[in-house]
Design a protein around this ligand. Sequence first.
Ligand SMILES: Cc1ncc(COP(=O)(O)O)c(C=O)c1O
Length: 387
Amino acid sequence: MNQFPQKEKFNLEQGITYLNTAFSAPLSKKAEEIGIAALKEKSRPYNSTGADFFEPTEKLKSLFSELIDAPNPEHIAIIPSVSYGISIVAKNVCLKEGDEIIIVGEQFPSNFYAWKRVANKYKAIIKTVSAPNTEENRGQKWNQNILAAITEKTAVITIPNIHWADGTIFNLKEIREKATANNALLIIDGTQSIGALPFSVNEIKPDAVICAGYKWLMGPYSLGLAYFGEHFNNGIPLEENWINRKNSEDFSGLVNYEDEYKEGAYRFNMGEMSNFNLVPILTQTIGQLIEWTPKNIQNYCNEITQDAIEELRMMHCYIEEDKYRAKHLFGIKLADNMDINRLQEEFKANNVYVSIRGEYIRVSTHVFNTKEDLQVLVNCFRLSVSF
Ligand SMILES: Cc1ncc(COP(=O)(O)O)c(C=O)c1O
């Protein structure tokens, strides 16, 4: 664990307390350097070869496949956003009237709107399992309620690994078991956890995993990755692009129009997946995460946040029970005697960056944070108490 913190690998300015990777991760110095070099290459297009359209993306997919412990990189596709990945999934499900789609309460909209359209199309029902209205065993009860909601009517369960606002962990293993027993698909939005929390496709066996790249994968905006399982092998992509078809390496034969796609999830790659500016950055950041390991990141985040969480609980703030929350992202519900406006003023005055999501102050940490950052945060809460 002595490998952390890694503050010197980032360009964060002195005096900034950045506790907001859940909003957007800072690029590391190395990733920034790679990005600038990649952008400059566009000034010399004569250096590009046909292989540049394919080989870098193979490396990226292979690293992501390793990060999420997927059976092989053929199941991975490059996507621009979560809404794009979820739309692919939604386009490739066929429901009956009265079928149910399970989501959790206050789920991120990119994993909601596509399902609303599906529900309207098939006269299916979106069943929302909201957080229980209690602070006692909240995470446990929420998970129990999700399991109880899965019945023979369930066709799709489409949820995150952890809740994006408060960090509650959903027990995907148990959910998968019940989903399988009821022939339901399990779709995971891994955006707020993959990279910082261990995730294994081989263990969970989800039907699809969709992940934005600019948060816990620490990459650029507008480039994400997805895993599509066997169910989607013959699926229909959102767009039909040349590169996803067989023999697309043969640039001189592209107008010999090809009916077949390349293997596995290749058909779901977004148009211009080779994105020469962004692919090298995400490749570097995922490689770095594999080296650090999500397990060590999770443990380090736990280590630096523990004392602060204890202090905040002593000040009567509510934070999900440790067993049911992620360690890299957690929500803080204010104590009755705290003033949100004062708290926001303190954040501003002290250059503390967090997010307000629903009724929670969302705090997220990474390897560039230290215990001192968390102390700055706790002091802001202390100063927000009105007597
Ligand atoms: C859980 C979750 N999913 C997805 C996204 C981003 O979605 P999109 O890539 O469609 O903009 C976010 C952004 O905050 C998120 O928190």
